[in-house]
Design a protein around this ligand. Structure first.
Ligand code: BDR
Ligand code: CA
Length: 313
């Protein structure tokens, strides 16, 4: 997983780290929700909380590949205090690795972890860096599952979703790279899988460290959404990144269409928009499977079942 932890990233990491049918190989971190050092620390805290400090964490890019001063991480924008620099979890016991995230990704997919799925749920800076560093990287990766973009929605500008907007040139590199299979899980799908305060209470009642931790961060998200981005349904929030992980084991949790997606990098009002040709207006070949819907009940059931399983902390 390539993460910018991040509240929903934390829930996604917990799901990947605890689901019995998944083997979380490593986390790489990237500038996004918070500066990359905080993302690494939050990732380590999350893994410690669920007793998965065996999962190595590699720190990646501290800024977008082409825009040195764009953007500031989301959490330190004065008017959008949605994300915390530190998650409400004890300080990390474990340490990040010395190798950089792009170097690790290149090495992992060229060797031992050739069969792994690459799951970027933050800005795509590390993935673009790996592509640029190693011409074989793209061919070594069999599948990419990305949280990002939007067809009919937006959440950072009037036309863009945060992960793509935060490093549009990196996203462009990724979508033009020729990966064998990309699945894109945009806001259109994640907003179909909202989690409610009542479901957080049910989660907390499970009594495990993961259930308690996930309930806290989702409740925090719900409060943020009530203030800044109302979902239209009382006391709910999307947990974007976790939906990507859920789809790895239960593909039917999302409904996809095979479509062409290009990234806007120049528009005055549209930088970072995922331009999806969903009515086949162009002759551009489909290059990704775009999730346009999600099964909310199945998603929440997966969270509850996985976090309710006994585990160490
Ligand atoms: C995405 O942006 C980040 O803030 C979240 O972690 C998620 O990956 C949603 O737009
Ligand atoms: Ca994220």
């Amino acid at each position: 997983m390539d993460v910018d932890t991040g509240t929903d990233d934390a829930v996604a990491i917990m799901l990947a780290g605890l689901h019995p049918e998944l083997n979380l190989v490593a986390c790489t971190t990237v500038n996004g929700n918070v500066p990359v050092e905080n993302c690494s620390d939050n990732t380590l805290r999350t893994l410690d909380l669920i007793g998965r400090d065996d999962v190595p964490v590699y720190e990646g890019l501290s800024q977008p590949i082409a825009r040195a001063d764009f953007p500031v991480p989301r959490a330190i924008k004065k008017d959008v205090q949605v994300h915390m620099a530190e998650l409400p979890m004890p300080a990390a016991r474990s340490k990040k690795q010395a190798m950089s995230a792009p170097e690790f990704l290149i090495k992992a997919f060229a060797g031992e972890h050739r069969d792994a799925v690459l799951v970027p749920v933050g800005p795509l800076s590390n993935i673009a860096a790996a592509i640029k560093l190693d011409p074989n990287f793209v061919n070594n990766v069999s599948e990419v599952m990305i949280m990002g973009g939007a067809v009919d929605k937006s959440n950072i500008t009037e036309s863009a979703e945060f992960n793509i907007w935060a490093d549009p040139e990196a996203a462009q590199v990724v979508f033009e790279a020729g990966f064998k299979k990309i699945t894109l899980v945009p806001l259109d799908a994640t907003h179909r899988a909202l989690v409610s305060l009542d479901q957080c209470a049910a989660m907390r009642a499970l009594g495990t460290p993961a259930a308690d931790g996930a309930a806290s961060v989702i409740e925090h998200r719900i409060k943020g959404y009530q203030t800044f981005q109302p979902t239209g349904i009382a006391a709910t929030a999307p947990v974007h990144d976790a939906l990507c992980v859920a789809a790895l084991v239960r593909p039917e949790v999302i409904t996809t269409r095979h479509l062409n997606c290009v990234i806007e990098t120049k528009g005055e009002y549209t930088i970072g928009r995922t331009v999806v040709d969903h009515e086949f207006r162009t002759k551009r070949e489909p290059n990704c499977h775009v999730a346009l819907d999600a099964d909310r009940e199945l998603f929440v059931t997966m969270l509850l079942e996985t976090f309710g399983r006994p585990h160490q902390s």
